[in-house]
Design a protein around this ligand. Structure first.
Ligand code: FAD
Length: 457
């Protein structure tokens, strides 16, 4: 019997083939090449996925692992001759343990479903990103997603207590640990967090939940220069402690572009400023926390660390602040053919780094558009660069990643490597590190069938 006949026989729902493969399985949100997979298989259980992988392993069939397909690096895009394995049917919340403050879920569950299930029990699952309605928790874990609340709760890695994974040869590895402390040997779950489906397919997870905060205070702050940004961050961290939950920085180029091009956006300030900080705290008493927040910002004002500040007095006002930051999803409608960057550099060298990137870009691409913003407290910068010429993007990327390397930064802060950044991994990882990654890949997937030609050069 042929591979496809075997696959049809062992699948609980028929694999999608030919014209039945809709376009959404061709690839993710990135601009990376998209290919129609040989078929799309949608296992409904861990055991079914294990059988599928055993068959693929025996037949040297390469597979592309697909979650919610919101990735920005092309990792889930099928390549020529690959079978797509979609996790969409392996979905649902299995258990909320209110005493352990954990949730047990299947990997194909959309992030927003998890957030809502947690809220219904009085908890929060604090991972949050713009793609929440479509991305899946398995995809979030595989990319070690970041988002807006890393400062307080850490990246996805910090929110995972246990997981179940199917290895390339079909072996099921189950470690659905619910305990915060567990030092019994190697903590193998980390092999599958942030490794973008190259070492195994995540099927189930135990996630950490947190009590829902009883208060939230937000402010949009205008500052003159980056030294004020770092002073303000130091002050807020010291005076607010772990309550500090967001510290987003937006440069004037970005904010001016948003105000001039996106309808319905405005700042609370009468004039424009060089830099803006959107900051938030979460606590346990609205009035008391608001008063304390105002005092700390007033002290920052007196110390010359901020030029102007607006504290949100309603949920609507808070939303209007976040709209400026989250409106980034709209930029692509106005600026075509842009390079979109997600990098990290130590906060202490961020201004020099940005100056170096901008100088190199201006010298090589006069008139280039450059919009910068980021989760600065997490050392994470995003920027959008465009000359309006699609063919300039590879050259712009080479130049940006070369500067990232010089500043000992990371070519990927939170989006991963996928196919997009394989060739620049060496800018952030040493030869010895890449060699160990390749050895791990060889040990866990000797035939190279899982997400081949992704992540590693
Ligand atoms: P996919 O795109 O389907 O896959 C991503 C990678 O994970 C691929 O390599 C895939 O093979 C692998 N994979 C998927 N599921 C599994 C699994 N079960 N087991 C093993 N491997 C698997 N990212 C951030 O970090 N922070 C943000 O703030 C952020 N904002 C975004 C906003 C928008 C509007 C968009 C479109 C994207 C944003 N992203 C952000 C990127 C993206 O949402 C994340 O990378 C997300 O974690 C991807 O999840 P997914 O389910 O869509 O994965």
């Amino acid at each position: 019997m042929s591979f496809m006949q075997d696959l049809r026989l062992l699948s609980s729902v028929p694999p999608l083939e030919g014209d039945n493969i809709s376009q959404r399985y061709y690839g993710d949100w990135s601009c990376e090449a998209q290919t129609i997979p040989v078929a799309v298989v949608r296992p409904g259980s861990t055991e079914e996925l294990s059988t599928v992988l055993r068959l693929c392993h025996a037949n040297d069939q390469k597979v592309a692992v697909q979650g919610g397909l919101t990735g920005l690096c092309g990792g889930a895009n099928p390549q020529s001759g690959e079978l797509a394995i979609s996790l969409e049917r392996l979905a649902g919340v299995e258990e909320i343990d209110t005493a352990a403050m954990t949730m047990t879920v299947r990997a194909g569950t959309p992030l927003q479903v998890i957030q809502e299930a947690a809220l219904a029990e009085g908890f929060v699952f604090p991972l949050d990103l713009g793609a929440r309605g479509s991305c899946q928790i398995g995809g979030n874990v595989s990319t070690n997603a970041g988002g807006n609340q890393v400062l307080r709760y850490g990246m996805t890695r910090a929110l995972v207590l246990g997981l179940e994974v199917v290895l390339a040869d079909g072996t099921i590895l189950c470690n659905m640990n619910k305990m915060l402390k567990n030092n019994a040997g190697y903590d193998l779950k980390h092999l599958f967090i942030g490794t973008e489906g190259t070492l195994g397919i995540v099927t189930r997870l135990v996630l950490r939940l947190f009590p829902k905060s009883k208060s939230r205070c937000s402010a949009l702050v205008a500052v003159e220069d980056f030294s004020q940004v770092t002073s303000l961050l130091r002050r807020l961290s010291a005076d607010m402690g772990p309550a500090l939950s967001a510290f987003e920085v937006m440069w004037d180029g970005y904010v001016n572009f948003m105000l001039d091009n996106i309808v319905d956006l405005k700042t609370p300030f009468s004039q424009r400023h060089p830099l803006y900080v959107l900051t938030e705290i979460e606590g346990s008493h609205q009035e008391r926390d608001q008063e304390h927040f105002e005092e700390v910002l007033a002290a920052a004002f007196e110390a010359g660390e901020v030029v102007d500040a607006a504290i949100a007095s309603s949920a609507r006002e808070r939303e209007s602040f976040w709209k400026i930051r989250d409106g980034v999803a709209e930029v692509g409608k106005v600026i075509k053919d842009s390079g979109n960057f997600d990098v990290s550099v130590p906060i202490s060298v961020m201004p020099e780094f940005l100056r170096a990137v901008q100088t190199r870009l201006d010298d090589n691409y006069p008139g280039i558009q450059f919009l910068a913003f980021g989760h600065v407290a997490d050392s994470n910068l995003h920027f959008i660069c465009s000359t309006g010429v699609h063919n300039d993007i590879p050259g712009i990327s080479d130049l940006v990643y070369e500067v990232v390397g010089k500043f000992n930064g990371s070519v990927s802060a939170e989006h991963g490597i996928g196919v997009q950044k394989r060739k620049v991994l060496h800018r952030s990882r040493s030869v010895a590190e890449i060699s160990l990654m390749q050895n791990l890949k060889q040990a866990l997937d000797p035939k190279g069938i899982l997400n081949a030609s992704r992540v590693l050069p």
